[in-house]
Ligand binder design. Structure first.
Ligand code: NAD
Length: 438
């Protein structure tokens, strides 16, 4: 099958590459000429483990190509996927559908034979109908259907998530579109991954409900963590004890500096907005958004307390700035709250991140970038572990402590323990939700 993929971001590129690996002919389109030039020369513009190899293999096999020319990409395509960004609209929290609308308008004039227009971007309920209307208005003779196919991949594990999904959700209005979608995903469901076919609205809602639920789970354990600190309980044990209950499950129960990334913050805000628009405030989701903001601010207080509230003139070494490991995505990363607050209070911040240095430097002005945690610790007054990259999971704590002016650590991912830190010579250690700090 021939597929056009509009948007070559984290979702569009991974989806396009994986579809080509299924054996489909895929042309990926983007407005960003620099991105397309990189892709055409074999360079992957994002950091996603395994993507470069899979992309090269499929380009080599002649099944995958990149262009800025939408007309060329859509030539003969039976399905065209919209995988453009849907960021938070300034001011009101609504998902900004400008890019989706622009793509739909452009597609309309290029439909020559029956085509399924599939929205992969995360979009509010009703958007697929809007896409359908936009195309019909622009080209009343177009022979097409729309389909909603929300994506659930996680950055950092995107290929595995795409190739081994828990489920594939497809919202359609008729059997004809459902059959095209089934053909696209056949390699997966033949391997027993379930395809859930729904109406358009349910498919759109599933994505927001799933993300808001996961954000709630993270925020719940973060709130419990704060209470653990006051009561003497250890959140690691509490989440283990909770997670062993099959009804709860152990995933997304790790206390930390609050959720971030390109999806949870914007999708919780968009769901809250959808609720308000329908006269039904999403009270749980609205509270989750508020509590997550508080969690982030609490992390700044933790670092500040480590230095007795005197940040001015102090040097703080931050390990990890991305919202999670194995990605270079900086969108809504907790570091974007924590680091400016430290700098604002007069601290000098040095940072180390295995991948995000390039992405992060414009977003975090005033930070000194280093490539090694031990260099960052040299003469520092505090060490802050903000993202749990593998590189930071087995640090030589003694070596770090020896280099620091005052060996203090805020372990905001609970990687180490008070015992480890004490033995290594740290004079102070704080973490999240554990009472054995010193
Ligand atoms: P992104 O910002 O990384 O990429 C979007 C791309 O679309 C950009 O390269 C942009 O240049 C391109 N684009 C915009 N308008 C275009 C047009 N008219 N024609 C061609 N290209 C155009 O976004 P992303 O992170 O890949 O997310 C895309 C969608 O998928 C969003 O709705 C997001 O919520 C959803 N999603 C993201 C993730 C994730 O982990 N990033 C996971 C699941 C779902």
């Amino acid at each position: 099958m021939k597929i056009a993929m509009i948007g070559t971001g984290y979702v569009g590129l991974v989806s396009g590459v994986c579809f080509s690996d299924f054996g489909h002919d895929v042309v990926c389109v983007d407005k960003n000429e620099e991105k397309i030039a990189k892709l055409q020369s074999g360079e992957v513009p994002i950091y996603e483990p395994g993507l470069d190899e899979l992309m090269a293999r499929n380009v080599e096999a002649g099944r995958l190509s990149f262009t800025c020319d939408m007309a060329a990409a859509m030539e003969g395509a039976e399905a065209v996927f919209i995988a453009v960004g849907t960021p938070t609209r300034r001011g009101d929290g609504h998902a900004d559908l400008t890019y989706v609308k622009a793509a739909a308008t452009e597609i309309a004039g290029l439909i020559k034979s029956y085509t399924v227009v599939v929205t992969k971007s995360t979009v509010p309920v009703g958007t697929n109908r809007m896409v359908k209307q936009t195309i019909s208005d622009a080209n009343p003779n177009a022979d097409f259907d729309v389909a909603s196919n929300p994506e659930f991949l996680r950055e950092g594990a995107a290929i595995d998530d795409f190739m081994r999904p828990d489920r594939i959700v497809v919202g359609v209005q008729n059997d004809r579109a459902a059959e095209v979608m089934a053909d696209i995903y056949r390699p997966l469901y033949l391997r027993d991954f379930p395809i859930l076919t729904t109406d358009l609205e349910s498919a759109e809602m599933i994505k927001y409900a799933a993300n808001a639920f996961l954000a709630t789970k993270i925020t719940f354990i973060n709130e419990i963590a704060a209470l653990c600190e006051r009561t003497g309980a250890d959140v690691k044990m509490v989440s283990k004890g909770m997670g062993l209950d099959g009804r709860i499950g152990n995933k997304f129960l790790h206390a930390g500096p609050g959720y971030g990334g390109s999806c949870f913050p914007k999708d919780t805000q968009a769901l809250a907005r959808i609720g308000q628009e329908h006269g039904l405030p999403m009270q749980i989701t609205e509270t989750v958004i508020k509590v997550n903001d508080e969690v982030r601010r609490r992390m700044v207080t933790k670092v500040s307390e480590l230095l007795d509230g005197k940040l001015a003139g102090k040097t703080v070494a931050v390990l990890g700035v991305t919202f999670k490991p194995n990605t270079d995505d900086m969108r809504e990363a907790p570091s974007l709250t924590v680091i400016p607050a430290l700098i604002g209070a007069g601290a000098k911040v040095r940072a180390v991140d295995p991948q995000a240095h390039r992405e992060a430097q414009d977003l975090l002005p005033g930070v000194q970038w280093l490539d090694d945690p031990y260099k960052a610790a040299q003469n520092a007054d505090a060490l802050v572990l903000l993202t749990e990259w593998n590189e930071f999971r087995a640090l030589d704590l003694k070596r770090l402590a020896r280099r620091m002016t005052t060996p203090t650590m805020a372990d905001l991912r609970n990687i180490y323990s008070a015992r480890d830190a004490r033995r290594a010579g740290f004079s102070r250690y704080v973490s999240v939700g554990r009472a054995d700090e010193f």
